[in-house]
Design a binder for this molecule. Structure first.
Ligand code: ANZ
Ligand code: ZN
Length: 809
């Protein structure tokens, strides 16, 4: 046995110094040949990274190192999404400045990256809270004002009275503030918006070009944009001498409309209800998202059906949303379930106008197609055709037209907080709202002391508020709102290319060479907003001539999250400080080393899936590295023997080549977990071979060296050390990925047939010996199968070894 112990502390320090000393990740962006730009979503500098965060960055580093060894030198920068509320709250609590708190955290987190052995090109670092970055947010804002893409408008907002700030919808959790839990109130405020809705169609069409994005993210984005084609229809309200426009996707059901329903916040609602019911109306306006019961107030006015001329009741109903369509609907209880339930609750007639083949049942609405009945001259027409015919008839009478609506709302970017980019607008008594002059940028945040008293600190800073009107030069006041931090993160990827550019957001010609990002890696939690806003701003930059691309991210890889049992809630929870289930990497690294954490993190499961952290698994990873180390040392110290190449040698050699083949294939898909399994098997095989009396030392050495290469992206320190001890002249970062001999790497393949409810739906090939679970997962993920299963729950999965998977639904 060897006496050289696996001294991970010394080894890790040595190699970290080596990589950083050599600046191995540096890329000169002014020289572009065969560019490859990969990017990890940048973190919010909240202080300490835990092993859950680690999963993202460790995976990214493994990918980076792998590409490097494959000869693809990547630009791989890192920076900080450094504005935002937590810094402000921490500053108030600790009586420091948010900048101090933020910059200290950045230092600490950079050190954590260092100790994980993660390599970034730090010469490209971007920190969004510094004026040399945020001045370009301000510049961008001014360009958007010029193009009417930034505007001010009243909007109902979620207001947290305790944080005295507006909250985004996602920040409202079960009616309370995400941060402090205080009950959120509704409030009308004048705010700044970005007109993202003007880009709705382009953002939607662009999704079709993103063939290297996960289907799930594309669907989330599609649904968020929520395009619906239908008709606007006007209903007269004689008592008010006005009309109400409704939006419907089913104009064919017009004759089944038995009442009109409008949102409680609708501008006409107040006029429609009797004085004694105004209080009730107010209550209807304070919506509780938990409460799904249908509630309404009957209006004291009527609507006139546009085609029959009949009088219809009007209701103020809580299931109608003011934010969508026109905030008013024609209710067709026969064919819309929500209308049906409401009609049942308030005893409103239900009329069938679309014939259902096997009989209309009185217990629910029928929302399918069919021939029209009870619809006057349109009787007998197919519902599809009737949509157009009825809309055309309405159009003739000036009472309707085709219409496309979106769920997407304009992007509210105002925040009434200090720690963000000041919006560069000025209020002048004479000239109104005036954009600041470009040459006066950046508008700096003033040095104020944050006290935690209510309101926006900028609004009480005289130094900040007073300014001169850019138009007339008279004394004026500054806008005190700051920007949503999603503005910062919507274009940072372009800044990295020329992070110190002083004459613009970035250097246009270099941006055109480096963009789009070839590979973007981040958490699934950013599937909607961050990616949508980045795609939007990219198009805006395109339209103002700053950039030639429209889609910033060619390939997207979204990672699952780490879960751990929480002592606080006694449940498996997403790892986070607030759940009290955080594993800090420092101790782990001290006790077992960074390579152990990296190996375990990548072994924990398929990276796109959520996974559970398990402390015993960490020890398993540590043992594996020790075994690898000890065997490598033992082999090196062993003596040369006279050995003829026989059965045992051939077996090891074949394993050697199949492992390279399998690992390479897995790395291409970022399936590090199965790659690790393969390498573990090779270690077992080598270890068994090494027990033999006669051994081929060259074969053993070759195998160890290949293992160093295969393991390097996963456990970079130990592999560099072993490789060097084995006489490797270069760092593994400069060593090519091992090649395999296809003849020796031939695995036996078997064909798996996939059925849904016993019917053949698809088939694929796998290596003999692939585990059952893996085959089942692959089968479930086949596109054809996913389509046939749809949303139906799977009752049973039948598996016949290496032959068949049958999903019973
Ligand atoms: C009459 C009707 C009859 C409808 C029928 C559906 C089925 P999507 O696909 O989501 O766009 N709607 C319109 N605006 C609404 C609002 N502000 N709040 C709540 N519901 C609203 O759905 C469009 C349908 O959702 C519209 O078509 C309308 O109901 C309802 F058999 O009009 B429909
Ligand atoms: Zn003025």
């Amino acid at each position: 046995m060897t006496d050289r112990q696996y001294d991970f502390q010394t080894i890790e320090q040595r190699w970290q110094q080596f990589w950083h000393g050599r600046n191995v990740a540096y890329v000169d962006t002014s020289k572009v040949t065969d560019k490859f730009y990969m990017l990890m979503m940048f973190p919010y500098p909240s202080g300490n990274l835990h092993v859950g965060h680690g999963r993202n960055y460790i995976l990214g580093d493994a990918v980076y190192r792998y590409f490097q060894m494959r000869g693809r030198r990547a630009l791989n920068p890192m920076g900080w999404d450094a504005f935002g509320l937590p810094a402000e709250n921490a500053a108030i609590k600790n009586k420091t400045h948010p900048r101090t708190w933020t910059l200290e955290n950045i230092k600490r987190m950079k050190d954590q990256f260092y100790r994980w052995g993660i390599l970034y090109d730090w010469s490209k670092e971007v920190t969004t809270c510094l004026p040399d970055y945020y001045r370009w947010n301000q510049w961008l804002f001014l360009q958007m004002v010029k193009r009417d893409l930034a505007y001010r408008s009243y909007a109902p907002v979620n207001w947290c009275p305790s944080c005295t700030t507006v909250l985004a919808n996602e920040q409202v959790v079960a009616g309370g503030c995400e941060r402090c839990g205080t009950l959120v109130e509704g409030k009308m405020l004048e705010q700044w918006f970005f007109r993202i809705t003007r880009y709705a169609d382009r953002l939607l069409e662009g999704l079709d070009t993103l063939v290297q994005w996960p289907e799930r993210v594309l669907t989330l984005q599609r649904n968020w944009i929520g395009r619906s084609a239908g008709s606007d229809i006007q209903f007269d309200i004689p008592e008010l001498n006005t009309s109400v426009t409704v939006f419907t996707t089913r104009p064919d059901t017009l004759f089944g409309a038995t009442f009109l329903a409008i949102a409680p916040e609708h501008p006409l609602a107040e006029k429609m209800v009797a004085p004694e019911e105004q209080e009730k109306l107010k209550q209807l306006c304070t919506r509780d998202p938990e409460d799904t019961a249908k509630k309404g107030i009957k209006a004291r006015v009527h609507a006139i059906h546009p085609l029959t001329g009949k009088k219809m009741p009007v209701w103020i109903a809580n299931f109608v949303l003011m934010e969508y369509g026109t905030g008013a609907i024609m209710s067709v209880p026969g064919h819309d379930q929500r209308d049906f339930e409401f009609a049942r609750a308030y005893d409103i007639p239900i009329v069938e106008v679309i014939h259902k083949e096997n009989g209309f049942d009185g217990n629910c609405a029928y929302d399918g197609p069919g021939k029209l009945i009870n619809s006057g001259e349109f009787d007998g027409m197919d519902s599809e055709d009737a949509r157009e015919a009825i809309t055309a008839r309405l159009a003739e009478q000036g009472r309707g037209n085709s219409m496309v609506r979106y769920k997407l709302r304009d992007w509210l970017i105002s925040r009434q907080r200090y720690w963000g980019t000041p919006i560069p607008m000025v209020y002048c008594d004479a000239c109104g709202i005036v954009p600041e002059k470009e040459e006066n940028l950046p508008i700096l945040l003033p040095e104020v002391e944050l006290t935690g008293r209510s309101g926006n600190p900028l609004a009480s800073s005289e130094e900040f508020l007073t300014c001169f009107c850019p138009a007339c030069g008279k004394p004026a006041r500054r806008e005190t709102d700051t920007m949503d931090t999603f503005v910062d993160s919507s274009w940072y990827y372009a800044r990295y290319i020329t992070p110190k550019e002083g004459s613009g957001m970035f250097n246009r010609s270099l941006a055109d060479k480096w963009l789009p990002i070839d590979l973007y890696i981040g958490g699934i939690e950013h599937a909607i907003l961050h990616l949508l806003y980045s795609r939007f701003i990219c198009r805006v930059l395109h339209d103002i001539g700053m950039i030639s691309i429209e889609e910033p991210f060619t390939r997207l890889f979204t990672q699952g999250m780490i879960y751990k049992f929480s002592e606080t809630t006694q449940k498996l929870e997403k790892m986070s400080k607030s759940k009290g289930n955080v594993v800090p990497p420092d101790e782990l690294i001290r006790e077992y080393g960074a390579d152990t954490e990296r190996l375990y993190t990548l072994f924990i499961g398929p990276p796109e899936k959520d996974a559970e952290w398990n402390d015993r698994g960490v020890i398993g990873a540590y043992r594996f590295l020790n075994r690898f180390w000890n065997l490598a040392m033992d082999i090196r110290e062993g003596t040369e023997e006279d050995c003829t190449f026989g059965e045992a040698e051939n077996r090891l050699l074949r394993k050697f080549h199949t492992t390279i083949k399998k690992t390479t294939r897995d790395f291409e898909k970022f399936h590090f977990n199965t790659a690790v399994s393969a390498i573990m098997e090779l270690l077992n095989e080598l270890s068994a071979y090494h027990q033999g009396k006669v051994r081929d030392k060259k074969l053993e050495i070759d195998t160890v060296k290949a293992m160093c290469k295969l393991l390097h992206p996963i456990a970079p320190h130990i592999t560099e050390e072993v490789f060097q001890i084995y006489g490797g002249e270069h760092s593994l970062m400069e060593t090519p990925w091992p090649a395999y001999n296809p003849d020796l790497a031939k695995e036996e393949r078997v064909t798996i047939v996939i059925q849904v409810n016993g019917k053949l739906r698809d088939q694929f090939e796998v290596d003999r010996g692939t585990p059952e679970e893996e085959i089942k997962t692959m089968a479930r993920e086949c596109e054809n199968i996913a389509r046939h299963i749809g949303n139906s729950p799977i009752r049973k999965v039948i598996y016949v070894k290496e032959k068949l998977v049958n999903f019973v639904i």
